[in-house]
Design a protein around this ligand. Structure first.
Ligand code: NAD
Length: 264
């Protein structure tokens, strides 16, 4: 097989099932010849990830819960032992207590604020640091964010605050690692029905609002996020770093609902 990712090896973190954004990205990368390793959070998800990995020709699966830093260390030890180097990583990990993904942001608890930040934001920095050590010939790192980082989206609450910090991390990491030829970017995806997406209260209404009001009048698919991510992870974007790239059918450029929506 030949393709723009031929000869490149990368780690995918965040596949839970075949609806996961990370799965859309994995398919796009594998179709272009990339060799992939996958992490999974716990044995139950591992059972789902294993056949998916096999579908894209991978038997390299590693358990990892980012709350446990020893498990993060161990995935990079395994990658060093098996591959010796790394060309790219995908961080598609987010979590917050769903009881706080509804109602007022002001009611966020200290415990959930901290946990959300560690899992959804700081884990990217911890992973980037370890991955950079293996990116001996430069590389590309990608995380996933959402427009709730800069705009108020109902119920997104503390996740929006974590995504704002995640996007700032992208810029700081891009500056840290740029001199070593390592690029760091984020895709800001529009709403998609996934396990994590379903945790946000009224997720269906938000999805439908986006479909009706985005310039392209549709929601995006994991395959569309996958092909844009392929660009950011490949040499096609060799001059791009520190970027937050929207893949949201254009919703982020709008300032008010469409006139059709208003008059219906
Ligand atoms: P998903 O549920 O398929 O993926 C979330 C992943 O995070 C899962 O694989 C889960 O195992 C992992 N995860 C959560 N806590 C973890 C932990 N402690 N350790 C290791 N892994 C952990 O949902 P998704 O929508 O594909 O989410 C992927 C990313 O995309 C998230 O960062 C999410 O915020 C972001 N995103 C999602 C949407 C959307 O509408 N679905 C939109 C924009 C951005």
């Amino acid at each position: 097989m030949t393709g723009i990712m031929q000869g490149k090896r990368g780690l995918i973190m965040g596949v839970a099932n075949n609806h996961s954004i990370a799965w859309g990205i994995s398919k796009a990368l594998a179709a272009e010849g990339a060799e992939l390793a996958f992490t999974y959070q716990g044995e139950a998800l591992g059972k789902r990830v294993k056949p998916l990995a096999a579908e894209v020709g991978s038997d390299f699966l590693l358990p990892c819960d980012v709350e446990d830093i020893a498990s993060v260390d161990s995935i990079f030890e395994e990658i060093r032992a098996r591959w010796g180097r790394l060309d790219f990583i995908v961080h598609a990990i987010g979590f917050s207590d769903k009881n706080e993904l509804k109602g007022l942001y002001a009611n966020t608890t200290r415990d959930n604020f901290t946990r959300t930040m560690v899992i959804s934001c700081f884990s990217f920095t911890e992973i980037a640091k370890r991955a950079a050590e293996l990116m001996v010939e430069g590389g590309s790192m990608l995380t996933l964010t959402y427009n709730g980082s800069t705009r108020v989206i109902p119920n997104y609450n503390v996740m929006g605050v974590a995504k704002a910090a995640l996007e700032a991390s992208v810029r700081y990491l891009a500056a840290d690692y740029g001199p070593r030829g390592i690029r760091v970017n984020a895709v800001s995806a529009g709403p998609i029905r996934t396990l994590a997406g379903a945790g946000i209260s009224d997720a269906r209404a938000i999805l439908s609002w986006n479909q009706r009001n985005a310039p392209l009048r549709k929601s995006v698919t994991i395959d569309q996020v996958g092909s844009s991510s392929l660009y950011l992870l490949s040499d096609l974007s060799a001059g791009v770093t520190g970027e937050i790239h929207f893949v949201d059918a254009g919703y982020n450029i709008t300032s008010m609902p469409t006139l059709e929506t208003l008059t219906k």
